[in-house]
Design a protein around this ligand. Sequence first.
Ligand SMILES: [Zn+2]
Length: 422
Amino acid sequence: MYYRADLRRRGYVLYSIHDNIPDSSDGRIFEALIDWRNKKYLEDLSLDVKRGLHHIVNQYKAIPGTPPKGFKREVIDIGKRRNGLPHTVSRWVPDPETWEVCRQAWVMRSRGVPIRQIHDQLRLFSALGSYTTFFTNRIYIGEMVYGKSVIHDYCEPLISREVWDLVQSMARKNSKDYNPMKGMLNAKHPRRANSRFILSGLVYCARCGSLMNGDSVNFRSGKRLDYYHCGKSHRNMECKALRIPKEALETIVIDQLAQYIMDPSILQMTEEEMDNNHREKTDKQRISLAALKAETEENQRKIRNLAIKISEDYSKSTALVELLHELEHKESALQIQLEALRAQADKNLTFTPSPQYREDLAKALDLLKTEDDRSLKKRIIQQFVKQIMAEREGDKIRGVVYFRYPEIDDTTTKSHRRESNP
Ligand SMILES: [Zn+2]
């Protein structure tokens, strides 16, 4: 709720795209229409899922998609479509060919046999990762979970409740830090970081403040719709936020970013700030360098005095010589510190001049618009964008992009230059 209040405070609800929206240096409000094709997909999707399919699932136990291991499709005729063609759907029924081997896998697992060993013996799947899904699918105790609803007596159970419970407790024990939601809530989750969604880890739901995940829907026509979806809305429908089409959101954010970066007043402001920061940094360094020099001089003075004392009175020499060693030791430590600080100060003298900085920004922007490499795009965006709050209402996307203090990372543009001009 904090985010929502924050958005309101920034005039998020009060302004529309035609008003003169005040920009602050760190947050920009946007509102845009979604591409009509995306909109159509979204409507198809919600119609499909919300009405048609739920009805069909509940009434006929029919389910779309590929059945899990141990099951096969059984096509049933449920009457005629509006256009007169027969309307067939399919339900999942036990597949006699794989039923027993699946049961065997569950029994082995319930006795603590490691997944790798089960795999070596039964070869249920080609990849080890598939077993995790297999051993958590409630269909094997006869339950069909579909969207929000559960059909408890969907089919004949493959295993008993006891076997199910044993396997589930095993999975919990094996994962050190058992929290099924943790992964998806973590902005640095590897799956999120590697996805083709270049804003992943940056987009938050404007309604509830949760991270939004990248997700896809595949249509029977072969088309795919990528979208960002509120983590809470996805998991257990706690949030009613709608899906936001990926392309539309990414285009808006890149546009906003381009406007932000090239805004002359923002440019001037950030350059002044960089200059100030740099001056502050060098001032601090000058002060600590002076202090260190004074300390070194004081130490050297002590060494000289001590040397004189030792030469004057040999009776006290043992203790004094020890002290002298101590001071000499300190002297070499001070010299090392001085050298390090001087080297640092030399490096900081070369402040990136404005034209170079602007050129780098323009280059980053150009890469963002022309480059196909998603990981490069993602890296550039992450340098400038701190956070995006977004939500969809009908065919409109609204939100705020929060920018961070832009500093060009040399490695992004330079390493790329090398790649493109070998
Ligand atoms: Zn939400």
